[in-house]
Write a protein that binds this ligand. Sequence first.
Ligand SMILES: [Zn+2]
Length: 289
Amino acid sequence: MPTAPVLSCCPRPDEPRYLPIRGHTVSDMEVRYKVVASLLAAVVGGGLLAGCGALESTVAEDGTVTAAGPPAPAGGCGGPVKTVQDVEAVISEPAGCPGAVNTYWAKELGDLWTTPRYVSYRDGEIPPIACSEGETDPAAFAGNALYCTLDDTIAYSVDFMTELHNLGGPSYPMFVVMHELAHRAATLSDREGVVSRAEENQADCLAGEQARAAANADRLDLGDALSGAQLFFSLGDTRDRGWFDNETATADGAHGTPRQRLQAFGFGYLRDSSTCYRLGESPTGSVLF
Ligand SMILES: [Zn+2]
């Protein structure tokens, strides 16, 4: 038996683990991946989604980030999300650009936030990250995206991102990255959810908040923002009976049920980060207050 990395979820700060966007493959979500020459696939060849190379820009030139956020960089910032290149801008721009994720997190975490490192891989490959050490089955990573706490890396399957893009346009892969960034933020600030499902609900919620920040900066239109709720619904856990199922909140890789994930994203979009961190405090992974 190969030694599997710790898939389980339940955040235990001192324990190596990785946090995927979904805990398992939902049968009705399964898609036969057909990596067409989509725009995303073209962009991932050389841009953000190809890996960390395009993301080496720093949060702030001098390394300092104030609570109010740094000014917009002189080089200018991108516009509304219409294409994958626009998503790349939202994800990779330095803090200071309105609606960019680094701007959001720099305001939230100050100096704790640094430029994220991304690693892409194809389905069938084992991503070159610390969390994959000892893993011999590529299926463990296929069709997923994750945050690895061991080397502070966000890894994602290009095939999965392409699938999402084909399903819901460029904002879909962006929401997935936002979710993983929320795991990273929780780790950096030591505010991880108390059990797996709570951590996941918190990350979904914080993805919603990042989406709202992008929308407030006129980089995401309302329709695309609302579609994020649909995406998280589709990625929800449906093990056992599905919906409010029998799976415990502390089960390996437990995520919110479809309805919980939709609600969590909506809370983040409509409320604030303190609401999200309250979701993270639920020992049952509840999204009810
Ligand atoms: Zn997650």
